[in-house]
Design a binder for this molecule. Structure first.
Ligand SMILES: *Cc1c(COP(=O)(O)O)cnc(C)c1O
Length: 357
């Protein structure tokens, strides 16, 4: 049976990436050595790290001030590493309150300085993205979560002109759409949703915003040390960096971010058009704020949800059950999810609706 994987994370990657990565576990680049047994400071791995960093620079069209790092600890470590490096104790950082992930980031920032909420969608139970932000002009930075993976919302108008350095958690929509990446002073993302395997996160940082806090920063948590060492301060997660590099290569060969954005738009359109045409399914998310990565929806008659989930399972649809905090369904349509997979699930939704009409 053909499986269609809509997991929210870790998620499906391109088949070529799985194949090449599995070959490298046995024999990396015809060296007779596994990628798992080579030293990170060798002529074998050094070019992998350099290519991965270079591909991010190329795909995001970054200027010379923006540095690319591959670090440990997932996006969750960035929740604290960002304020530790950017926020003095007596300063304010502006955060947007848009759902589970933004709120986790906010909680960590409060450990390091003052936090103001620049915009919130709490009042709509996180089914919207705030449109009018109020940012104190002296704030150290504004933090946004460009795609809320659990709530199923996404920033479509980015607050580029907020007047303070802009920081973004892009874990679930990184490199899925064209943005002016240079307008962000810091971008971070766990790799396991849209650009690789679990175990590494990417940080893109404008080096001009660093070195301005007066607290002592532990060596491994100071971005400046990682920049100095070319993202090789300590042993990087070698295999995860390699898988990210293969995924980035795949994206570049497809035509880059603009090309994948077209595909992502077509997939999201198919999914949401189907949802809107079937009264059986409803999405709580405001139309203009719908995520193109994670479609969150429920059934009008919630008694039927278990039956649809069972049908999904029988037909090889993986990862369709909604997050435990929201219920219903979540269909994640990251870069590597094909339009054929989205077609398969929308056909199943239509079939199910027809059989219950
Ligand atoms: C998954 C996710 C995280 C957490 O990532 P970890 O790598 O598990 O720490 C943070 N932010 C967003 C938006 C996510 O989707």
């Amino acid at each position: 049976m053909i499986l269609h994987n809509f997991n929210a994370g870790p998620s499906v990657l391109p088949k070529e990436v799985f194949e090449e990565a599995s070959r490298a576990v046995i024999d990396f680049n015809n060296t007779g050595l596994s990628i798992l047994e080579i030293g990170h400071r060798t002529p074998l791995f050094q070019p992998v790290m350099e290519e991965a960093r270079g591909l991010v620079k190329e795909l995001m069209d970054l200027d010379a001030d923006h540095e690319v790092l591959f670090l440990h600890g997932g996006a969750t470590t960035q929740f604290m590493q960002v304020p530790m490096n950017l926020l003095n104790e007596n300063e304010i950082a502006a955060y947007t309150e848009t759902g589970t992930w933004a709120n986790k980031a906010t909680k960590e920032a409060k450990l390091f300085g003052h936090v103001e909420i620049a915009g919130s969608s709490k009042g709509t139970n996180y089914t919207t993205i705030p449109k009018d932000l109020t940012v104190t002009p002296t704030a150290a930075y504004l933090h946004i979560t460009t795609n809320e993976t659990i709530a199923g919302t996404q920033w479509h108008q980015l607050p580029y002109d907020c007047g303070v350095p802009l920081v973004a958690d892009m874990s679930s929509d990184i490199l899925s759409r064209v943005m002016d990446f240079n307008k962000f002073d810091l971008i971070y993302a766990g790799a396991q949703k849209n650009m690789g395997a679990a175990g590494v996160n990417i940080v893109v940082v404008n080096k001009n915003i660093l070195g301005k806090v007066n607290r002592k920063i532990p060596t491994v948590l100071d971005y400046q040390n990682h920049i100095k060492e070319g993202s090789m301060l300590n042993t990087p997660p070698v295999f995860a960096v390699y898988v990210a590099m293969l995924t980035l290569r795949w994206l570049r060969n497809k035509g880059g971010v603009a090309a994948i954005e077209k595909e992502n738009n077509a997939k999201a359109k198919l999914l949401y058009d189907t949802l809107d045409s079937l009264p059986l399914f409803v999405t709580p998310v405001a139309r203009e704020d719908r995520s193109k990565m994670n479609a969150v929806f429920i059934m009008k008659d919630q008694q039927l949800e278990a039956e649809f989930l069972a049908l999904c399972k029988k037909e090889g649809m993986i990862g369709v059950k909604g997050h435990r905090s929201v219920g219903g369904f979540r269909v994640s349509m990251y870069n590597a999810v094909t339009i054929e997979s989205v077609k398969a699930i929308t056909d199943l939704m239509k079939h199910f609706a027809l059989s219950h009409s």
